[in-house]
Design a protein around this ligand. Sequence first.
Ligand code: ATP
Length: 298
Amino acid sequence: MQPVLSITGISKSYGSIKALKNVSFDVPEGSVFGILGPNGSGKTTMLSIILDILKADTGSFAWFGQSGSSITRRQIGSLLETPNFYHYLSAVDNLNITQAISGRGTPADIDRVLEIVKLSERKKSKFSAYSLGMKQRLAIGAALLGDPQVLVFDEPTNGLDPVGIAEIRELIKDLAKKGKTIIMASHLLDEVEKVCTHLAILKKGTLLTAGKVDEVLSNEDIVEVSSSDPDRLKMVLQNFPGASSLQQDGHMVRLFFPVGTAKLEDINRFSFEKGITLNQLTVKKKSLESKFFELTND
Ligand code: ATP
């Protein structure tokens, strides 16, 4: 399946500061894709580039297989910073203004988005009377006008209390259930683990890893093995000592090991002694701790 977004070799500097260094990854359709990294790692810069707010120095990106066009833009709703809502106007009036200015959706769309962000009952209240969490939900509502297929959020739970954070999480999960693709930046490992299906980890502008959350952040090492006869390979490796479990995925067999215990040469020898020649043998993931260590230490 064609990725919703494909990023290839993007670099961006601000003077002598290299904010992004040759970053590439794909965002699959229907994923909740977290861009995880500490402050200053380049997350906002990346989101600004894919939204055409900033221009990359080198590299390219394609939405739905096409490089930027106004047609694809209409399929993307975004929230980079809290929009300037009018404090003395209600949620409905604010969204009416946003809708008219942006041209996204129709006035009839406003009740729909208020329903999604669970503000219908408070839609007549003034913006100034809203809690921070409600303000953030309204901002997400604005991004939902026109029913875009893809949503891009920068730190959507920033500054919220635990209840507000939980509400935004639920909202993101609901949107994902509706089939939306969501790309969100976060500096919180915990948040990414809880809501995202996929993630890319940035550190000082460099991509450390990207992939499915359960593969990247697992506490196990995964060894991917393949040979010309995957069924026989699976049968043989079921008896490999030390592996905690085994999974077959098409031509690939995945062996799971407690962190640090996978020994490639042993797997290779074991298979060879059983008459199997491997054509692939790679360790796929590292532990949560080691990823976190890479993130937070130099
Ligand atoms: P945060 O979570 O703090 O927003 P981030 O991961 O989103 O961090 P960016 O905001 O993309 O990171 O910043 C990446 C690097 O580029 C940082 O070193 C930052 O100081 C620098 N930077 C960002 N914007 C500018 C700018 N307009 N001019 C100069 N340097 C900038």
